[in-house]
Design a protein. Structure first.
Length: 281
Protein backbone atom coordinates (compact mmCIF):
# COMPACT_ATOMS: atom_id res chain seq x y z
CA UNK A 1 0.00 0.00 0.00
CA UNK A 2 1.46 3.36 -1.06
CA UNK A 3 1.55 5.88 1.80
CA UNK A 4 -0.45 9.04 1.33
CA UNK A 5 1.15 11.40 -1.20
CA UNK A 6 0.52 14.97 -2.27
CA UNK A 7 0.93 15.69 -5.99
CA UNK A 8 1.38 19.10 -7.62
CA UNK A 9 0.60 19.23 -11.33
CA UNK A 10 1.47 21.96 -13.79
CA UNK A 11 -1.23 22.77 -16.37
CA UNK A 12 0.23 23.80 -19.75
CA UNK A 13 2.35 21.05 -21.24
CA UNK A 14 1.46 18.70 -18.38
CA UNK A 15 -2.32 18.36 -17.98
CA UNK A 16 -3.15 20.01 -21.31
CA UNK A 17 -1.11 20.41 -24.45
CA UNK A 18 -0.30 23.87 -25.76
CA UNK A 19 -3.54 23.89 -27.77
CA UNK A 20 -5.61 23.33 -24.60
CA UNK A 21 -6.35 19.67 -25.39
CA UNK A 22 -6.86 17.65 -22.19
CA UNK A 23 -6.10 13.92 -22.20
CA UNK A 24 -8.74 11.59 -20.77
CA UNK A 25 -5.94 9.70 -19.03
CA UNK A 26 -5.01 12.84 -17.06
CA UNK A 27 -8.58 13.12 -15.79
CA UNK A 28 -8.53 9.46 -14.76
CA UNK A 29 -5.17 9.90 -13.02
CA UNK A 30 -6.29 12.83 -10.88
CA UNK A 31 -9.66 11.39 -9.96
CA UNK A 32 -8.24 7.93 -9.33
CA UNK A 33 -5.47 9.23 -7.07
CA UNK A 34 -7.90 11.30 -5.02
CA UNK A 35 -10.27 8.37 -4.70
CA UNK A 36 -7.34 6.37 -3.31
CA UNK A 37 -6.80 9.01 -0.61
CA UNK A 38 -3.97 11.04 -2.13
CA UNK A 39 -4.06 14.83 -2.45
CA UNK A 40 -3.75 16.39 -5.91
CA UNK A 41 -3.24 20.10 -6.60
CA UNK A 42 -3.04 22.25 -9.68
CA UNK A 43 0.28 24.13 -9.58
CA UNK A 44 0.38 26.63 -12.43
CA UNK A 45 1.84 29.89 -13.61
CA UNK A 46 -1.65 30.90 -14.68
CA UNK A 47 -3.86 33.03 -12.51
CA UNK A 48 -7.01 31.30 -11.31
CA UNK A 49 -9.11 33.13 -13.89
CA UNK A 50 -6.86 31.80 -16.67
CA UNK A 51 -7.11 28.09 -15.82
CA UNK A 52 -9.16 26.25 -18.47
CA UNK A 53 -12.64 25.22 -17.32
CA UNK A 54 -11.94 21.71 -18.59
CA UNK A 55 -9.11 21.44 -16.04
CA UNK A 56 -11.09 22.86 -13.13
CA UNK A 57 -13.91 20.39 -13.79
CA UNK A 58 -11.56 17.48 -13.05
CA UNK A 59 -11.68 18.30 -9.34
CA UNK A 60 -8.65 18.99 -7.13
CA UNK A 61 -7.87 19.31 -3.45
CA UNK A 62 -6.57 22.82 -4.01
CA UNK A 63 -4.44 24.99 -6.24
CA UNK A 64 -1.23 26.98 -6.34
CA UNK A 65 -1.71 29.71 -8.94
CA UNK A 66 0.19 32.67 -10.41
CA UNK A 67 3.46 30.74 -10.14
CA UNK A 68 3.25 30.46 -6.35
CA UNK A 69 1.45 33.72 -5.64
CA UNK A 70 -1.74 32.20 -4.25
CA UNK A 71 -2.46 28.95 -2.43
CA UNK A 72 -5.91 27.42 -2.10
CA UNK A 73 -7.00 24.55 0.10
CA UNK A 74 -10.29 23.41 -1.33
CA UNK A 75 -12.08 26.67 -2.20
CA UNK A 76 -10.37 28.65 0.56
CA UNK A 77 -7.49 31.02 -0.10
CA UNK A 78 -4.95 30.14 2.62
CA UNK A 79 -1.85 32.08 1.54
CA UNK A 80 -0.93 35.02 -0.69
CA UNK A 81 2.52 36.21 -1.74
CA UNK A 82 1.96 39.47 -3.58
CA UNK A 83 3.96 42.46 -4.75
CA UNK A 84 4.05 45.73 -2.83
CA UNK A 85 2.17 48.37 -4.78
CA UNK A 86 5.40 50.25 -5.53
CA UNK A 87 6.80 47.16 -7.26
CA UNK A 88 3.60 46.68 -9.29
CA UNK A 89 3.92 50.28 -10.46
CA UNK A 90 7.59 49.77 -11.31
CA UNK A 91 6.90 46.64 -13.38
CA UNK A 92 4.01 48.25 -15.20
CA UNK A 93 5.96 51.42 -15.95
CA UNK A 94 8.88 49.41 -17.29
CA UNK A 95 6.67 47.38 -19.64
CA UNK A 96 4.91 50.46 -20.93
CA UNK A 97 8.16 52.31 -21.61
CA UNK A 98 9.59 49.25 -23.39
CA UNK A 99 6.46 48.67 -25.54
CA UNK A 100 5.92 45.23 -24.02
CA UNK A 101 2.37 43.94 -23.56
CA UNK A 102 1.53 42.24 -20.28
CA UNK A 103 -0.98 40.66 -17.90
CA UNK A 104 -1.09 41.42 -14.19
CA UNK A 105 -2.32 38.40 -12.24
CA UNK A 106 -4.45 38.77 -9.14
CA UNK A 107 -6.12 36.02 -7.13
CA UNK A 108 -9.31 35.68 -9.14
CA UNK A 109 -8.86 38.25 -11.88
CA UNK A 110 -6.33 39.40 -14.45
CA UNK A 111 -5.70 42.79 -16.03
CA UNK A 112 -4.27 42.98 -19.53
CA UNK A 113 -2.44 45.87 -21.14
CA UNK A 114 -4.37 47.73 -23.86
CA UNK A 115 -2.54 46.21 -26.84
CA UNK A 116 -2.25 42.61 -25.64
CA UNK A 117 -5.34 41.12 -27.24
CA UNK A 118 -4.42 42.48 -30.68
CA UNK A 119 -0.92 41.01 -30.32
CA UNK A 120 -2.06 37.49 -29.37
CA UNK A 121 -5.39 37.22 -31.21
CA UNK A 122 -3.85 35.65 -34.36
CA UNK A 123 -2.46 32.84 -32.19
CA UNK A 124 -5.87 32.06 -30.70
CA UNK A 125 -7.62 32.27 -34.06
CA UNK A 126 -5.04 30.00 -35.66
CA UNK A 127 -5.49 27.30 -33.03
CA UNK A 128 -9.28 27.48 -33.14
CA UNK A 129 -9.18 27.16 -36.94
CA UNK A 130 -7.16 23.95 -36.64
CA UNK A 131 -10.27 22.14 -35.47
CA UNK A 132 -9.49 21.50 -31.80
CA UNK A 133 -12.21 19.77 -29.81
CA UNK A 134 -15.16 21.80 -28.54
CA UNK A 135 -13.91 22.05 -24.95
CA UNK A 136 -10.47 23.26 -26.02
CA UNK A 137 -11.98 25.79 -28.42
CA UNK A 138 -14.32 27.11 -25.71
CA UNK A 139 -11.44 27.46 -23.26
CA UNK A 140 -9.36 29.39 -25.78
CA UNK A 141 -12.23 31.71 -26.66
CA UNK A 142 -12.84 32.46 -22.96
CA UNK A 143 -9.17 33.18 -22.37
CA UNK A 144 -9.09 35.55 -25.35
CA UNK A 145 -12.13 37.39 -23.96
CA UNK A 146 -10.41 37.74 -20.57
CA UNK A 147 -7.52 39.50 -22.26
CA UNK A 148 -9.70 42.48 -23.14
CA UNK A 149 -8.14 45.52 -21.44
CA UNK A 150 -9.75 46.65 -18.18
CA UNK A 151 -8.41 48.96 -15.46
CA UNK A 152 -7.15 47.28 -12.30
CA UNK A 153 -9.07 48.48 -9.22
CA UNK A 154 -6.83 50.58 -7.00
CA UNK A 155 -4.87 48.45 -4.57
CA UNK A 156 -6.08 45.10 -5.93
CA UNK A 157 -3.27 42.64 -5.04
CA UNK A 158 -0.98 41.41 -7.84
CA UNK A 159 1.28 38.37 -7.50
CA UNK A 160 2.91 38.12 -10.91
CA UNK A 161 3.07 39.57 -14.40
CA UNK A 162 3.30 37.68 -17.68
CA UNK A 163 4.83 39.63 -20.54
CA UNK A 164 4.51 39.39 -24.32
CA UNK A 165 7.23 41.18 -26.24
CA UNK A 166 7.57 41.49 -29.99
CA UNK A 167 11.22 40.41 -30.41
CA UNK A 168 13.63 37.83 -28.94
CA UNK A 169 15.45 40.48 -26.93
CA UNK A 170 12.44 41.21 -24.71
CA UNK A 171 13.37 38.74 -21.98
CA UNK A 172 16.90 40.10 -21.55
CA UNK A 173 15.62 43.69 -21.46
CA UNK A 174 13.10 42.84 -18.74
CA UNK A 175 15.57 40.78 -16.70
CA UNK A 176 18.31 43.39 -16.84
CA UNK A 177 15.99 46.36 -16.56
CA UNK A 178 14.14 45.21 -13.44
CA UNK A 179 17.19 43.87 -11.64
CA UNK A 180 17.83 41.60 -8.69
CA UNK A 181 14.66 42.29 -6.70
CA UNK A 182 12.60 40.36 -9.23
CA UNK A 183 12.43 36.75 -10.41
CA UNK A 184 12.33 36.99 -14.22
CA UNK A 185 12.12 33.84 -16.35
CA UNK A 186 11.41 32.97 -19.96
CA UNK A 187 10.42 29.84 -21.84
CA UNK A 188 7.02 29.56 -20.18
CA UNK A 189 5.09 30.54 -23.33
CA UNK A 190 6.52 28.23 -26.01
CA UNK A 191 5.40 30.17 -29.08
CA UNK A 192 7.06 33.35 -27.77
CA UNK A 193 10.48 31.97 -26.88
CA UNK A 194 12.58 34.76 -25.38
CA UNK A 195 10.04 37.33 -26.53
CA UNK A 196 8.00 36.58 -23.42
CA UNK A 197 8.19 35.41 -19.85
CA UNK A 198 7.09 35.96 -16.26
CA UNK A 199 7.98 38.43 -13.49
CA UNK A 200 7.46 37.93 -9.77
CA UNK A 201 9.28 39.06 -6.66
CA UNK A 202 12.61 37.36 -5.99
CA UNK A 203 11.97 34.17 -4.01
CA UNK A 204 8.33 33.82 -5.05
CA UNK A 205 8.06 30.51 -6.95
CA UNK A 206 5.93 27.39 -7.12
CA UNK A 207 8.55 25.63 -5.04
CA UNK A 208 8.48 28.22 -2.27
CA UNK A 209 4.68 27.97 -2.04
CA UNK A 210 4.89 24.16 -1.84
CA UNK A 211 7.46 24.32 0.97
CA UNK A 212 5.08 26.52 2.97
CA UNK A 213 1.97 24.46 2.21
CA UNK A 214 2.72 20.77 2.76
CA UNK A 215 2.75 21.15 6.54
CA UNK A 216 -0.73 22.68 6.47
CA UNK A 217 -2.15 19.34 5.35
CA UNK A 218 -0.06 17.22 7.70
CA UNK A 219 2.46 15.98 5.14
CA UNK A 220 6.13 16.64 4.36
CA UNK A 221 8.18 17.42 1.29
CA UNK A 222 9.21 13.76 1.19
CA UNK A 223 5.54 12.95 0.51
CA UNK A 224 5.35 15.45 -2.36
CA UNK A 225 5.40 14.68 -6.08
CA UNK A 226 5.78 17.51 -8.58
CA UNK A 227 5.16 17.04 -12.29
CA UNK A 228 5.87 19.75 -14.85
CA UNK A 229 7.51 20.70 -18.11
CA UNK A 230 8.56 24.33 -17.96
CA UNK A 231 11.14 26.70 -16.53
CA UNK A 232 8.65 27.90 -13.92
CA UNK A 233 8.50 24.29 -12.66
CA UNK A 234 12.21 24.07 -11.78
CA UNK A 235 11.84 24.99 -8.11
CA UNK A 236 8.80 22.71 -7.76
CA UNK A 237 10.74 19.73 -9.08
CA UNK A 238 13.67 20.56 -6.81
CA UNK A 239 11.75 20.86 -3.52
CA UNK A 240 9.40 17.90 -3.95
CA UNK A 241 10.59 14.55 -2.68
CA UNK A 242 9.99 13.28 -6.21
CA UNK A 243 10.31 15.68 -9.14
CA UNK A 244 9.08 14.36 -12.49
CA UNK A 245 9.64 16.12 -15.81
CA UNK A 246 7.30 15.59 -18.72
CA UNK A 247 8.79 14.01 -21.83
CA UNK A 248 8.12 17.23 -23.74
CA UNK A 249 10.12 19.32 -21.23
CA UNK A 250 13.33 21.07 -22.34
CA UNK A 251 16.69 19.70 -21.22
CA UNK A 252 17.16 22.18 -18.38
CA UNK A 253 13.94 20.96 -16.75
CA UNK A 254 14.76 17.28 -17.26
CA UNK A 255 18.21 17.87 -15.79
CA UNK A 256 16.81 18.87 -12.36
CA UNK A 257 14.12 16.17 -12.25
CA UNK A 258 14.47 12.83 -10.48
CA UNK A 259 12.92 11.11 -13.47
CA UNK A 260 11.21 11.77 -16.79
CA UNK A 261 7.79 10.47 -17.76
CA UNK A 262 6.31 10.42 -21.27
CA UNK A 263 4.96 13.54 -22.97
CA UNK A 264 1.68 15.36 -22.55
CA UNK A 265 0.46 13.69 -25.75
CA UNK A 266 1.46 10.23 -24.47
CA UNK A 267 -0.35 9.97 -21.12
CA UNK A 268 2.61 11.31 -19.13
CA UNK A 269 0.72 12.11 -15.92
CA UNK A 270 -1.16 8.81 -15.93
CA UNK A 271 2.01 6.80 -16.46
CA UNK A 272 3.80 8.62 -13.63
CA UNK A 273 0.90 8.01 -11.25
CA UNK A 274 0.81 4.31 -12.16
CA UNK A 275 4.60 3.97 -11.73
CA UNK A 276 4.42 5.37 -8.21
CA UNK A 277 1.28 3.58 -7.09
CA UNK A 278 -1.15 6.50 -6.92
CA UNK A 279 -3.47 4.68 -9.34
CA UNK A 280 -3.67 1.09 -10.53
CA UNK A 281 -2.80 0.28 -14.13
Amino acid sequence: MTSRRIAFLDVDGTLVDHHQQLAESAIAAVRGARAAGHLVYVCTGRGRREIPDSVLRIGFDGAITAGGGFVEQGDELVASYTMPEADVARVRSFFESADIEFILQGYDDIWASPGLLARVRPLFEGDIARGRDAAATADMEKLAARMAPRPRPAGEPVAKATFFGSDPGAFARVRDGLGEGFHVITGTIPYLGESGGEVSLAGMTKGAAIVDHVGRVGLTLADAIGIGDSVNDLEMLQVCGLGIAMGNAPAQVKDVADEVTSGVDDDGVWKAFVRHGLVAA
